[in-house]
Design a protein around this ligand. Structure first.
Ligand code: CO
Length: 258
């Protein structure tokens, strides 16, 4: 069931969206060579708690014996999404994606950015830029009267025209009083298909773009998703509200992803 939010609910979605954007800004400043991924997670957790909000990913999962243990997902280079923070140090030349969710007053926000660490290869730079632009094009299509797959097609077309591929196994999602609500928001599809968009719907749109094959696999830790060919991947995500006019980005941040 796709929920349509009231104006009061949208205010709460805006509030948690600002918290999520703030987390990304706080973490983004520290994505530099030498910092460990668990230090970045600590920065995120301190920030979210300081905003009277809670991490949305910590304790999330279907397998009760292996719930996600951290505030952020941190995924480097050929890691696509859902990387678990730990003692690994960030290094020059890496493409680092940070994904974070928060809950405040019963409502969720969810967003991701990919950062370049120092000087990165041309391929990685193009991958990052194409993924960010694909998200922007997807969001442009998140308007009342369109269908979900108008978003999907816009993302897929742009990514593939640039020689990259969109991940199939993971998709965006509705969001609100749950982190994952209907409808799924795939990054591949055909204009005019899927549910009709109406004002008050809130979506997490999140292209995951691979430099090589779209195929991915999940590591033995049960979380980290890798590209099957070991080539790099990038991820950008925003929580967006469908309005009577232009889409409203609820997790817009000041700092660019790079
Ligand atoms: Co998401």
């Amino acid at each position: 069931m796709i929920t349509v939010k009231t104006t009061r609910e949208l205010d709460l979605m805006r509030e948690v969206g600002r918290v999520v954007a703030g987390i990304l800004e706080a973490v983004g400043k520290h994505v530099k060579p030498g910092v460990t991924t668990e230090e970045l997670d600590r920065i995120a957790e301190d920030y979210v708690l300081s905003q009277n909000a809670k991490p949305a990913f910590k304790g999330y999962g279907y397998d009760k014996r292996n719930l996600f243990p951290a505030t952020i997902c941190l995924s480097i280079d050929e890691q696509v999404v859902h990387g678990i923070p730990g003692p690994r140090k960030i290094e020059e030349g890496q493409l680092v994606s940070v994904d974070v969710g928060a809950i405040k007053n019963g409502y969720y926000g969810d967003a991701a950015r990919t950062y370049a660490v120092g000087k990165i290869s041309e391929e990685k730079m193009k991958l990052m830029e194409v993924t960010e632009k694909a998200l922007a094009l997807g969001i442009e299509n998140a308007v009342a009267g369109n269908h979900i797959e108008d978003i999907s097609q816009a993302v897929q077309e742009y990514v593939e025209a640039n020689g990259f591929s969109v991940v199939r196994d993971l998709v965006g999602h509705g969001i609100g009083t749950k982190l994952h609500e209907d409808p799924p928001v795939p990054n591949y599809g055909k204009k005019g298909k899927g549910p009709l968009l109406r004002p008050g719907m809130t979506l997490a749109i999140e292209p995951m773009v691979n430099a090589g094959t779209y195929r991915v696999y999940t590591a033995r830790d049960g979380w980290t998703v890798y590209t099957s060919d070991g080539k790099p991947s990038a991820h950008f995500e925003n929580t967006v509200a469908i309005t009577d006019g232009k889409p409203e980005i609820l997790t817009a941040s000041n700092l660019k992803g790079h």
